[in-house]
Every structure is written in structure tokens, then in C-alpha cells.
Design a protein. Structure first.
Lengths: 889, 230
């Protein structure tokens, strides 16, 4: 850390930190919507703390009858609730006094936004929590993002559901926040499965609330709010420690990837979070001793995730460590990370109980980092790899053969003690095993092999394949039948599992697609992303076309650079765009095109056309992929619509600003050019009747004003064109002030001018001409707004390392609180008389020129009397130190 | 015999104004509306001074300065709306005697012209002692008296003052001053000059306002005010 003169601890931050000492700490589990599992997460963590020996009690938890949640409360100490009688209803509230009397180390208080029953000590539960914290008790609590006060309106604006129970932001700012996050699709699934508790009367109203777009937006809000809280807290820490300048205060995101499938999902989620928080992000892989035993597929997954992260703009890091938790914690501390993205691995409860969940331990032991835990789909690729081919693997036949041989051997040994029919039963074992493990064909093979073996080795006549006893025929038929039935059943179960996995995969990919694209703010980027994702998901060539400025369709993005659209394809694309229905191969229209074009529709408007094609010339999209394609189309259309609306808003803003400025410029230019011209012309007319000093004075004064105005217009044009060229040299301010006072003498006529610039002020570095123009405008301004006959003072002071050159007038001064506005173009503050003239260009030029030279401008009212003070403040860096010139002159 | 002045400007209105002003001040005036005419008139009329606009229709005024000088001894006053510092410096380096910006104050223009004409010719080397107001400056003996009392000047202050005195009434650019007084010092910087000027002013001007003896030309150089200059 470089020594920093300004890095003194901030007293306020220290006070806040001191106030925190002795107080309990609040941790809030923040969710985007009901049903994300906040209570579950809170209880899990409470339980974990309890296992660590912390004195934990449950203050109040609403399980809503959910079995998993209820299971977590078992074995925890629950403080009995207090019954409150209200209008004949009995309500059960948290017994605050009982909890205070029990004085645990940590209390779990569900639903922070809850409103207490009338007659309770505090109207709101968060006030109860405040009291608990003040008593030095740590509190875990839960809240949904729509209950945060500052976000209430925002949430209501897009969900059309307004909640009355809100919690002030100050509560969240003082708390540690953990976002409990699950993808919207998964939440919708949970809702459909009835796993989300909603009050009966609210169910219908909330149906709209749980739309995918709403949930995505809510999630975004929750993540942002968490990020904000972390930022504020870190800032406090930094101030309290006096670490100014070493912590950028920005968010740093770390995503931990593993060899398990789904790391790509994590990387994309982290990218989205990093984009949202505008922070740098790093993909981290912790190399434990276990990594030495990775399979090729596992190595490949780590490498792929790292590559993906690099492509998405992340830094990547691999750290060796004996276990994952230590590795991640060490890295978080080194990188001063603020956000950690983790996947919840699909390990068994049993495994977690023995080893402790990595996630839980990280959440518990890294309090300064906001942890995002994302569910990761179970290892799908392994399951896919294990799926047998149609004919079954040769190894399956070998194993089956071995099993049949084994049973035959066993049967031979037992045939003397058991009945022949029971030997037949033994053959069921290899048949069922083969059918369930290797599928129908291997099962049938097992059936035949068993039948033959049974027949040959056991059925009389032994050693032949003929059957004497008709009963034994039945045994053979039964064996074959069982082989067939078992394999059919197993196949069906497996097909269902595959289907479920496929739909989970589809949901996951859709969620991933949404996550990525939610952060995009640029049409080209969104189009590329849509094309790449559709290509990846459906394995087809993709083009995305949109309407260009002229209304004609143009290609926005394509998945393959080598794509081509011929006349027929273009006709189909246009037809799809114009009519809003599909065209091309596989549709009912213009089927000669190699491409299938689908419209992207938002409401009645067609925003673009997505074309897909494949190499084989068959229908580009399989029937089973159509639902996925249509979801992707819907989402893509929504994204494009959002971007279109954003662009429209931007354009509108630009046009409005430009119009406003143009109107202001025209009115001021016409006013400021015509007024002096009118005066000059009128005075010149009067000269025919004889020249008076007054007339001549008018002509000279108004001409000077006109000249000043033209100079300002030229200067402003130079500023607007960005064409200020600096010619910095050491300047003696007494020269600068004398010169400016001389050139502004006409504007200052009628005023006394006092130059109070000590001759021993240090030299400053500035552009002499720009500085001259600044001073001219300040003097012009003082001459115009100062009371007639009053004194104008130019005062130079060297104090606290900076040099301040101020122009002071005696006049109405500036409207209090709006002093800084005078430097904006075309601002003439109220109280300034229109008749006095001046465009408001002058001070804008002062500001622009001064800032170009690194000089600050200040406008204020004089402390010593009525009037305004305008100052140029030369920072220490622009001041020439005496040592630089001494001895040389 | 009144001095002859050539006015070179493409705007008839400006020429008319200058003709009237100069005639009223007792000069004889000839005019040119472009560079070609200007060279012809200069050759034919041998003016004592030329008021030169830089924005001429047929060629850039700056390039005209050496050509006009080549025709013989003449004072050149640039009168231009171009106010860029480097343009002023270029004009002075090319041999212009002074620079007046447009729009100009006619009294100031006349004063500058008067000074330039009075001090035309080679720098004041011959004169050993220069008197200006209450100052007596003996260049050879390096003695400066103010109101008869000797003022102590450092070596550098003497060098700078001598340079300004030799060009009294005319602008001496920063570069010329630095070259003449810090010659050979590669690192010579304008800061040194500023400090020397500040000290000189303390000794020669105070309590009169800053710039009453040594005038600052924004970003260009310094000028020792002549007795009759503004």
C-alpha cells in the first residue's frame, strides 16, 4: 500500500463501527420471490451453526407445512410463540421477551417484513429484530426483494403487485446479505408442483407475478441490492481503517468451477453478475489432490469452463490446496473478492452429513463475501455415456454369458439337493439382470442362453437339446417371457428418466440463455448470442434478420460465417417477416428454400426473422425440438423488443435535449446579437444630430459587448468541437489579471476595479489565452450583474497549497443552493434580469476552459456582503514551486 | 513631410476607416486590396509603414512580410482578426514590428504606429544612456537610477532590461529574451523570465500598477513601454 496523505480514518465510519461493537450481527437471506428457499437456507445454516456449538434458537419460522423445511426445525430449540387475541382471532407472534430472556447467541427470525398483531410491542417484526440486535444477539432473517422499501415501487411497476409490508433500507445496509438464488424456470416448476406456499386469497393475483420475465427482473434486483449492501459495508471498513485508495470499492466476482458438469452454467451466471455489478471477475479452479485421479472427461470439463470464462472476459486462476474450502477462502482473501458464485453439487445428504457441504462451510466462514449458490443439474453427461447402444454392448453379452455359465455351475452343484424346477428359477437371475442392465436384446439373449443351458445340462435327456416332459417346455417359455417383460419394463423406466433429464436439460439451457442475454444492451451482441445459442442447442445453422433503417430486412448475425441466402431464401424470410408466420423448408410456404424462417414477434409487431437450416437438407428442426425452438423464439423476441424500446428512449432523449439546446441557442443568439446592434444603430442615427459623449459611449460599449459575444460563440464552438488546444506555460497572475482588466475595461465601465493580487503569489501553469478568456468572462459577468457604481474586486490568495483567484461583485448574488448551475450552458438563474443580457455562454466557457487546464471553478455568494464570488482554483499540481526557479534568475 | 502609410486589407470598409483615421492623424495613405497590389504599391510608393491584414484573398499575409521587407526599410504592423499566439509569434519572427488585433481601438493603433515609426531602424545600440520617465538607464555601465537614486539590479535583471531597452516600444518575444539572457542554458525556461520580470517591476514600477513600465503581451513576450505609448 503506497503511503497516502489522505488516508486518515474517517471519524464517522469509526463511530459507526464502534456502535456496531457489542451489537448483534444481522444476516439476511434475500430472495427474489416466495419459494426460492430462503427459510430452508436459513434453517440449514442455523443447524450448521448449532452443530458448531453455537447457541441457536428458533424465534419464529413459518414452515407453511413444507416437509423438508419442517424436518430442519426438528432438533432445534424453538421458543414458544405468544398467542395474541385480536378481534376474536388468535394470532401467534414471536415472543420477543421470551427470546430476550433466553438470550441465545443466535436467533432465527423468519420473514423480516412481517407486521405484528395489533397490541404487540412493536408494530413491525424488523423492530423486534432491532431490539434483539441491540441486546447483542445475532439474528438470521429472511426477506423477499419486493419488501425492500426503496424497491417497492420498482417491483410494483412491473409486477403490478404491491406489498404493504416493507422494511427500511437502513436495516439491509447494516446487515450481511446472502442471496438465495434459483433460476426462474426452476421456481416456476416448484410453483407448479405446489411447493411454494401462497395465501389462498393471493394465489390468483400472484399468478401473473410468477411470470418468467418478472422473476428474472426480481432476481436481478435482488442481486443488485446484495451487491450494493456489500459495497456500502466495504466502504465503511475502508474508511474506518483509513485504507483510502487501495480498495477500489468496486465489486470483484469469483466463480468457483469444478470438474462436475454444469460449470459452464456457473461461468455464464458469474458473467451476468459481473456485468450487472460492473466488476472484474475471475474463474477459479482449486486443484486438490483428487485432481490427479480425474478422468479425461473431468479434465476436459474444467478446461472447457476455463476457456469459456476467458472468452467471456474473465481472468482465470488455478490454485493448489488440500481442500476446496481452504483454496477458495485463500483466493477470496488475496483477490479481495466481494462476490462468490458457487454451484450446489448434487451430492447425497449422507455425503454432506459426513463431510459437510462445501457451500455451507463457505457461507459460514467467509462473512465478507456475498455467496451466490446456484443449483447445478446432475451429472448428465455420465448418464448419457452409460446409455447402451441398440444392440447392446459386446461386454454385456460377455457378462451375461458368464452369468449363465455361473448359474449353470451353481445349478449343477445344487441339483442333487434341490428340485429341478427350482434350478430353473435360478436362471431368472441372469435373465433379469441382463434385461435391466443391458436392455431387451441382451435380455433375450440371456433368456435363450439360459433356456439352452437348462435344457442341455439339466432337462432329461441331459446332454441333448430335446425335451421329453411337456412341463419343461413351460419352464423354457416362462424364462423367455420374463426376459422380454423385464427388459421392456426397464427400457420404459429408462426412457422416462431420459425424458426427464432431457426436459431438465432444456430448462437449464433456456435458463442459461436467459441469464446471459438479460445483461446484453446491444442489438448486435444480442443477435450474435441468439444465433450462437440456437446453434448450440439445436445443432443447426442460424441466421437472424431484422428490419434495417429503410424497412428492408438485413442480416443481423449468423452462426456460421459461410452462410448464404439465395433469392428463394430471401423471399421466404421476407414473407415470414411481412406475414408474421413461418416460411421455408418444413413450413407450408415457399418450401423450396433450404431455410426455415420463423418470425420473432412481440405483440402484433414482428421484430425480426430467425432462419435455421441444416446440412442434410432435411427438415432443419426435429419435431421434439419444436417446443424448445419456440421458447427460444419467444425469449429472443422479448429481448429484441426490450432493446428496441431502450433505443427508442435513447433516441427520444437525444432529440429532446438537442431541440431544447437549439431553441435556447437560437433565442439567446438572436437576443444577444440584436440588442447591441439595435443600440449601435440607434446611436449612429442620433449622431446626425450631433455627437454626444453618451452616444459615443453607447456605440463603443455595445460594440465591445458584441465583440465579446462573438468571441464566446467562437470559443463555445471550439469547446463543442473538442478542439481546445492547450499551450501551457508558467504565468504570472498579476500579468493575467492586469491584461484581463485592461481588455474588459469597457464592460467594467461605471465600476471601481480593485486588483488585490499580491506580487509574491507563485507562478501557475496554464494556457495564457484560455485563462485570459476565462477572466474576461468573469469580469464581464461581474460588470453586468454587479450594482452600478459598485466595486469589483479581483483577489488572489495562496492557501492550503492551492491558489484561488476570485472575482467578487456587489449585487444580487446567486440563488442559494443553485450556485453551481450558473456554469451550465444557457443558464441564467432567476433573479437575473433578462434585460441585462448575456447568453449564459460566458460562464459555461469559463468552466470548459478551466477544466481543460485542470483548474476548478467555484461559484458562491460572498461571505462578507451581498454579491457573488466566482473563483478559479489552481490545484497544487499547477503551481510552480519557488525551488524550481530560484537561483536561475 | 507627412509619413506615408500603406494600408493592405481586402475589406473596403476597413480601408476607408483606416484612411480617414490615418489622414486625420496627419499621415499620407495609400491602399491595396490584395497581396499583388500591396507589393506593387510598396515598390512604387516606398511607404514608411505598412498596416498588413493577414487574411488576403490571393496569398497569406504572413508570407508577405519578408517580401515587403526585401523592398527596403519599412515598419510593418500586422492588423488581424487572427488571435492565435503562435501566429503572432510567427509574424514577429518574420520581421513584423507589432501586432494589433481586430477589432482594434483606433487610438491604440495610432499610438503603436507612432512608436514603431519613432523606433524604426536598428536597435538602440549607439545610445549609452536611455531616459524614460523617472528612469535613467546606463546600458554600458549597467547602472539604473530611478528619480536619481541608484537601483540595485542583479545580473539577469540587467540583461533582460537591456534587451527590452534596445527594443523599446516593441515586443520582444519570450524566446528572444531567453536566448539573449540565458544563452547556452538548454534548460532555460519561461519561469525564470517571469520571476526576473516580476523583480524588475518591483524595482521599477511599484507602487504604480503592474505593467506600467514593462507590458506583458499575452503568451508572446514583453515590451518596454515607450513614453508616448499607451
Amino acid at each position: 500500500m503506497p503511503p497516502n496523505g489522505d488516508a486518515r480514518p474517517d471519524p464517522d465510519a469509526l463511530l459507526r463501527a464502534a456502535a456496531q461493537e457489542g451489537r448483534g450481527r444481522l444476516k439476511i437471506f434475500l430472495g427474489a420471490a416466495p419459494g426460492v428457499g430462503k427459510t430452508y437456507e436459513m434453517l440449514s445454516e442455523g443447524k450448521a451453526r448449532r452443530r458448531d456449538g453455537v447457541d441457536v434458537v428458533v424465534g419464529v419460522v413459518e414452515t407453511h407445512g413444507r416437509a423438508e423445511t419442517e424436518a430442519l426445525t426438528r432438533g432445534q430449540e424453538i421458543v414458544a410463540r405468544r398467542a395474541v387475541n385480536h378481534d376474536g382471532h388468535v394470532l401467534h407472534e414471536m415472543d420477543l421477551d421470551a427470546v430476550l430472556a433466553r438470550a441465545p447467541r443466535l436467533v432465527l427470525v423468519d420473514e423480516l417484513a412481517h407486521t405484528n398483531a395489533p397490541g404487540s410491542r412493536h408494530p413491525k417484526r424488523y423492530q423486534d429484530v432491532e431490539e434483539l440486535l441491540a441486546a447483542g444477539i445475532d439474528v438470521y432473517s429472511t426477506i423477499n426483494i419486493q419488501h425492500v422499501e426503496s424497491l417497492n415501487d420498482v417491483v410494483a411497476s412491473f409486477t403490478r403487485v404491491r406489498v404493504r409490508e416493507t422494511v427500511p433500507d437502513s436495516i439491509l445496509e447494516a446487515a450481511e446479505i446472502e442471496v438465495v438464488d434459483i433460476p426462474p424456470d426452476e421456481l416456476i416448476e416448484r410453483l407448479k408442483a405446489g411447493k411454494v406456499y401462497l395465501p389462498a386469497e393471493a394465489t390468483r393475483a400472484l399468478g401473473h407475478f410468477f411470470s418468467r420475465s418478472n422473476l428474472s427482473a426480481l432476481r436481478e434486483l435482488a442481486l443488485r441490492r446484495a451487491a450494493q449492501a456489500v459495497d456500502a459495508r466495504m466502504l465503511d471498513d475502508v474508511r474506518a481503517l483509513g485504507l483510502g485508495g487501495t480498495w477500489a470499492g468496486s465489486e470483484r466476482i469469483v466463480v468457483a468451477i469444478s470438474e462436475l458438469p454444469g460449470s459452464d452454467v456457473l461461468v455464464r451466471a458469474a458473467k451476468r453478475i459481473a456485468d450487472g455489478l460492473r466488476g472484474p471477475w475471475t474463474a477459479l479452479f482449486v486443484e486438490t489432490p483428487r485432481a490427479a485421479h480425474f478422468t479425461d472427461a473431468q479434465h476436459a470439463r474444467v478446461a472447457a469452463a476455463m476457456t469459456l470464462a476467458t472468452q467471456l472476459g474473465a481472468a482465470v486462476a488455478t490454485v493448489p490446496a488440500t481442500n476446496v474450502v481452504e483454496g477458495i477462502q485463500g483466493f477470496l482473501a488475496d483477490a479481495r473478492a466481494t462476490q462468490l458464485v458457487l454451484g450446489k453439487s448434487p451430492r447425497s445428504r449422507w455425503f454432506e452429513l459426513r463431510h459437510g457441504s462445501v457451500v455451507d462451510r463457505l457461507v459460514r466462514d467467509t462473512p465478507d463475501v456475498t455467496v451466490h449458490v446456484l443449483p447445478v443439474a446432475a451429472g448428465r453427461s455420465e448418464r448419457g455415456a452409460r446409455r447402451p447402444a441398440r444392440w447392446g454392448a459386446p461386454s454385456g453379452y460377455a457378462v451375461t454369458g458368464a452369468m449363465v455359465a455361473g448359474v449353470t455351475a451353481a445349478g449343477s452343484a445344487l441339483v442333487h439337493v434341490i428340485d429341478l424346477g427350482n434350478v430353473a428359477l435360478l436362471y431368472l437371475l441372469p435373465v433379469m439382470a441382463a434385461a435391466s442392465l443391458y436392455g431387451l436384446r441382451t435380455g433375450l439373449f440371456a433368456g435363450f442362453a439360459s433356456t439352452l443351458a437348462y435344457n442341455f445340462f439339466f432337462l432329461p435327456p441331459v446332454g441333448t437339446l430335446s425335451i421329453n416332459n411337456p412341463e419343461n417346455v413351460i419352464s423354457v417359455v416362462v424364462l423367455l417371457g420374463i426376459a422380454f417383460a423385464t427388459s421392456q419394463l426397464t427400457a420404459r423406466v429408462r426412457a422416462q428418466a431420459d425424458l426427464a433429464a432431457a426436459s431438465a436439460r432444456t430448462n437449464a439451457t433456456l435458463a442459461g440463455f436467459l441469464r446471459q442475454i438479460a445483461a446484453v444492451n446491444d442489438v448486435d451482441q444480442a443477435a450474435r448470442m441468439i444465433c450462437d445459442d440456437v446453434r448450440r442447442l439445436l445443432d443447426v445453422h442460424v441466421v437472424l434478420l431484422g428490419a434495417a433503417a429503410g424497412g428492408a430486412l438485413e442480416v443481423l448475425a449468423a452462426s456460421d460465417p459461410g452462410y448464404r441466402l439465395d433469392a428463394m431464401d430471401n423471399a421466404a424470410a421476407n414473407w415470414a417477416f411481412d406475414t408474421g408466420s413461418a416460411a421455408g423448408k418444413g413450413s407450408g410456404t415457399l418450401t423450396a428454400s433450404e431455410w426455415l424462417f420463423q418470425p420473432l414477434k412481440a405483440g402484433a409487431r414482428t421484430l425480426g426473422v430467425l432462419g435455421v437450416a441444416n446440412d442434410g437438407g432435411t427438415n432443419p428442426v426435429r419435431a421434439d425440438q419444436l417446443p424448445l425452438l419456440s421458447s427460444l423464439l419467444d425469449q429472443s423476441a422479448l429481448v429484441l423488443e426490450r432493446l428496441r424500446l431502450q433505443a427508442e428512449m435513447r433516441d427520444l432523449d437525444v432529440v429532446r435535449t438537442r431541440d431544447r439546446l437549439r431553441a435556447a441557442l437560437l433565442s439567446s443568439v438572436s437576443h444577444d446579437l440584436r440588442t447591441p446592434l439595435t443600440a449601435v444603430m440607434a446611436a449612429a442615427d442620433q449622431l446626425d444630430h450631433g455627437a454626444t459623449p453618451e452616444l459615443i459611449g453607447t456605440i463603443k460599449g455595445e460594440s465591445a459587448r458584441l465583440n465579446r459575444f462573438v468571441a464566446n460563440l467562437l470559443d463555445m464552438a471550439r469547446v463543442e468541437a473538442g478542439a481546445i488546444r492547450l499551450n501551457v506555460e508558467a504565468i504570472d497572475l498579476s500579468d493575467a489579471v492586469t491584461g484581463a482588466a485592461h481588455d474588459a475595461r469597457r464592460a467594467l465601465e461605471g465600476h471601481g476595479v480593485r486588483l488585490d493580487v499580491p506580487p509574491d503569489l507563485p507562478l501557475v501553469r496554464a494556457d495564457p489565452q484560455l485563462l485570459h478568456h476565462c477572466l474576461l468572462n468573469l469580469l464581464d459577468n461581474a460588470g453586468r450583474y454587479g450594482d452600478p457604481g459598485s466595486e469589483i474586486v479581483i483577489e488572489g490568495r495562496h492557501r492550503f497549497g492551492a491558489l484561488r483567484l476570485a472575482v467578487l461583485d456587489h449585487g444580487p448574488g446567486l440563488p442559494p443552493g443553485r450556485e453551481a448551475e450558473v456554469f451550465e450552458t444557457f443558464t441564467r438563474l432567476e433573479g437575473s434580469d433578462r434585460a441585462i443580457g448575456g447568453t449564459g455562454l460566458g460562464l459555461a466557457i469559463v468552466k470548459a476552459f478551466a477544466e481543460a487546464m485542470g483548474i476548478m471553478v467555484e461559484a458562491s455568494n460572498r461571505s462578507d456582503g451581498a454579491g457573488a464570488s466566482f473563483a478559479l482554483v489552481f490545484p497544487a499540481a499547477s503551481i510552480v514551486r519557488d525551488a524550481e526557479v530560484e537561483g536561475r534568475s | 513631410m507627412p509619413a506615408k502609410v500603406l494600408v493592405v486589407d481586402d475589406e473596403p470598409a476597413i480601408r476607408r476607416l483606416l484612411r480617414n483615421t490615418l489622414a486625420r492623424a496627419g499621415y499620407e495613405v495609400v491602399e491595396a486590396g490584395n497581396a499583388r497590389d500591396a507589393l506593387q504599391q510598396a515598390a512604387a510608393e516606398h511607404p514608411a509603414a505598412i498596416l498588413l491584414d493577414l487574411g488576403l484573398p490571393d496569398r497569406d499575409g504572413l508570407s508577405l512580410i519578408p517580401l515587403l521587407h526585401a523592398g527596403g526599410e519599412v515598419v510593418i504592423l500586422v492588423v488581424s482578426a487572427r488571435d492565435a499566439v503562435d501566429e503572432k509569434v510567427a509574424a514577429l519572427d518574420l520581421g513584423a514590428d507589432d501586432f494589433v488585433g481586430k477589432p482594434f481601438d483606433t487610438e491604440e493603433l495610432l499610438a503603436r504606429l507612432r512608436v514603431a515609426l519613432r523606433h524604426r531602424g536598428p536597435p538602440v545600440e549607439a545610445q549609452k544612456v536611455v531616459t524614460r520617465g523617472d528612469l535613467d538607464i546606463d546600458l554600458d555601465r549597467r547602472i539604473v537610477r530611478r528619480g536619481g537614486v541608484e537601483v540595485h539590479l542583479t545580473r539577469k535583471e540587467h540583461d533582460v532590461l537591456a534587451m527590452l531597452v534596445r527594443h523599446v516600444g516593441r515586443i520582444v518575444t519570450h524566446d528572444k529574451l531567453l536566448d539573449a539572457c540565458w544563452g547556452g542554458d538548454e534548460d532555460a525556461r519561461i519561469e525564470y523570465l517571469r520571476i526576473v520580470i516580476r523583480n524588475l517591476r518591483q524595482k521599477l514600477e511599484a507602487p504604480a500598477p503592474v505593467g506600467s513600465v514593462i507590458a506583458n503581451e499575452l503568451g508572446v513576450g514583453y515590451r518596454l513601454r515607450s513614453d508616448d505609448a499607451i
